[in-house]
Design a protein around this ligand. Structure first.
Ligand SMILES: Cc1ncc(COP(=O)(O)O)c(C=O)c1O
Length: 412
């Protein structure tokens, strides 16, 4: 090797799009929390205690004994056919989505589905409607394809579809059209709320009237601790306008990285081509295991156990919020999922407050990054699935003290 004349300008090699990519400041902040004795209500992870380890051992033995040829070989891009068919049947049974109306493609977690959807549907400048707040990593996945985001506010019944309708009228008057609406319709991440039945139907009517698609992301749908199930929007979709995303991450184990897209075959054909270039196929070993997990009835047996494990944690957080939070603080009361959304009085910036909270021994995710336009400062996301009840109570108590002090300081 010749004598080095110093490092090249590393940054200069990146594409313009890569240059625009930024590490999430929240993630950087949370790294500091991981190692300390701070109670973190910030995470978004399922509890490892819910992973069905013994079942996985049993299935893995069976798969290696009887299906090694398929499990250890490359697979087709759309996925392992028995898994695809089994999932279609399972969705028909659970959600009333007719198996004959959809094709299922297996993806490397529903996160990959979001990226593929960006690739296949978004031209720069296309309008993509999201909830305000919405799933942060969906914003990041779509952003790469340079859409224009329109963010629609939410209340306890999910996205304000009436507000969307007004926006659609305005856009139409300007000669503009929405490409798709992205919604986490049930137990939303981050807000915890669920779109009401009436709004689901209204949204689909609007999709027909204004000719757009709906991307319905349902990773938490099965984690219901109270209330009655509501069918997904996809259930009412008689035109093939809804792409439904499912995942094993919260009902099996996220480590498998297996999710699925259920959509009209016309869309699946294009998504398949896009996926081919990304990874050829989703992990076949995991797919064969997941097939056995669903087909042999383990999934249906396991879901109630996960619910039983999380429900007391949800209850503990709601009770602690009720007990400790000062007047003027509001929060959602989710019937399921993993998150509660807290809104503080106007004027408090939860990102700036984070350092004080960490000093008191508690962490949360500041809400700003969950908004497409980062224009809301006084909110935060709390997770109730990862830490045990007594820590949840103590964490919320510490958080309430931090907020109380911040409110006093604000009043001056
Ligand atoms: C709304 C939403 N969509 C998608 C994902 C990604 O899940 P997966 O593990 O299937 O990639 C998550 C994960 O937290 C999520 O909250």
């Amino acid at each position: 090797m010749g004598k080095s004349s110093g490092s090249p300008d590393f940054e200069a090699y990146f594409s313009d799009k890569a240059k625009a990519m930024r590490a999430s400041e929240v993630r950087e902040l949370l790294k500091l929390v991981e190692s300390s004795d701070v109670i973190s209500l910030a995470g978004g992870l399922p509890a490892p205690e819910t992973f069905p380890v013994e079942i996985i051992k049993k299935i893995t033995e069976d798969v290696l004994t009887n299906h090694a040829d398929k499990a250890l070989q490359y697979g087709t891009t759309t996925g392992f056919t028995p898994l695809r068919l089994t999932l279609a049947e399972w969705m028909e049974k659970r959600y009333g989505i007719p198996a004959g109306d959809v094709e299922v493609m297996i993806v490397a977690g529903s996160q990959q589905a979001l990226d593929l959807i960006g690739r296949v549907f978004i031209n720069p400048g296309d309008i993509v409607v999201v909830e305000g707040p919405t799933y942060l990593a969906a914003l990041n996945a779509f952003k790469y394809y340079e859409p224009e985001f329109v963010s629609i506010e939410m209340d306890d019944d999910g996205m304000r579809v009436d507000v969307l309708e007004e926006k659609l009228k305005k856009l139409k008057a300007e000669g503009k059209k929405v490409k798709f609406v992205y919604t986490v319709s049930t137990f939303q991440n981050p807000a915890g709320v669920t779109m009401s039945l009436e709004r689901r139907k209204h949204l689909l009517e609007l999709a027909k009237e204004y000719d757009f698609l709906i991307v319905e992301d349902g990773p938490y749908s099965e984690l219901r601790y109270s209330g009655e199930p509501i069918p997904p929007i996809k259930h009412f979709d008689d035109e093939g306008r809804v792409l439904y995303l499912g995942t094993f991450s919260k009902i099996f184990a996220p480590g498998f990285r297996i999710g699925w897209i259920a959509a009209h075959p016309h869309f699946i054909r294009k998504l398949e081509i896009a996926k081919q270039a990304v990874d050829l196929c989703a992990n076949p070993f995991g797919q064969v295991i997941a097939w056995k997990y669903v087909a042999d009835g383990y999934l249906d047996e396991h879901i109630p156990k996960v619910i039983e494990f999380y429900k007391p944690r949800r209850d503990a957080m709601l009770e602690a919020l009720e007990e400790y939070m000062p007047e003027g603080v509001k929060w959602t009361k989710p019937d399921g999922g993993m998150f509660i959304w807290v809104t503080l009085p106007e004027g408090i910036d939860t990102k700036l407050m984070m350092e004080k909270a960490v000093a008191k021994g508690v962490a949360y995710v500041p809400g700003e990054a969950f908004f497409a336009h980062r224009d809301v400062k006084n909110t935060m996301r709390l997770n109730f699935t990862y830490v045990p009840e007594e820590k949840i109570r103590e964490g919320v108590k510490r958080l309430a003290e931090t907020i109380e002090e911040e409110m006093k300081a604000l009043k001056g």
